[in-house]
Design a protein around this ligand. Structure first.
Ligand SMILES: [Fe+2]
Length: 240
């Protein structure tokens, strides 16, 4: 992805969050120059790769297969001194913009529609060899448990949520003609280096063509622009 495109998408994302009255922490808005001043006391941001995250899953077509996220908090399974066993993200999902089928080996996550459009989530159980299973799926949604057929699409209207257990394949997008969705994720600690299984192998972190200066840094930029590397070497960027 070109840095100019990422900048534009981040500006759009910031405007959308402002419109939705969702406030991000201060480090969301630091410039690259400000990041360089954050020497003491900010290890948690770098260790846990908090902040902006954007991906086109290697599609080259962000608007159809892609996602813009911000990780607000996360733990680290490799840091036993970290008291956080949880993570929180916010995702900005455009109409018909797909986050492709994947499941998590370790992480259970709640996906929450925080407002805007309707969020559609399609589900399959997985087989032992990580294929789609044809078995019914037990859905847990806002205190209700019920069963649906394999491949069913669940519609989450603003305020509604769903719990996605391990090994449950899910892909999601914002429903056409309902607008951009502000989605939250509340989950167990996230580690993308080990925990994500995509049905079709997908790229996760874009190679960035630096055709202009970054306005805000992505978490994947910290090494390059701040010279701060996660010493726990988790990789640590998040997919929902
Ligand atoms: Fe997920």
């Amino acid at each position: 992805m070109k840095r100019s495109e990422i900048n534009r998408l981040l500006y759009e994302g910031v405007d959308f969050l402002e419109k939705m009255n969702f406030k991000l922490p201060p480090f969301a808005y630091w410039s690259p120059e400000q990041w360089k001043e954050k020497i003491e006391g900010y290890d948690e941001i770098f260790y846990h790769m908090l902040g902006w995250d954007i991906t086109d899953f290697g599609s080259g077509d962000f608007y159809h297969i892609g996602l813009l996220l911000f990780t607000l908090r996360n733990g680290n399974l490799k840091n036993r001194d970290c008291p956080k066993t949880y993570a929180e993200k916010v995702m900005i999902i455009k109409e018909e913009q797909i986050t492709p089928f994947h499941f998590h080996e370790y992480k259970t996550e709640d996906i929450i529609n925080r407002g805007g459009g309707n969020l559609l989530i399609q589900l399959y159980n997985s087989t032992q060899d990580a294929q789609f299973d044809d078995t019914d799926i037990l859905v847990s949604s806002d205190g209700r448990n019920y069963t649906v057929k394999a491949g069913s699409i669940i519609r989450l209207k603003p305020g509604e949520s769903i719990t996605l257990k391990t090994k449950l394949y899910h892909q999601f997008w914002s429903e056409k003609c309902t607008g951009v969705t502000l989605a939250g994720e509340v989950s167990m600690v996230n580690d993308d280096t080990t925990d994500n299984r995509f049905y079709i192998p997908a790229g996760r972190f874009p190679d960035i063509q630096e055709d202009e200066a970054p306005v805000y840094l992505l978490a994947q930029d910290y090494v390059k622009f701040v010279n701060r590397k996660n010493p726990l070497d988790t990789g640590g960027l998040n997919v929902s």
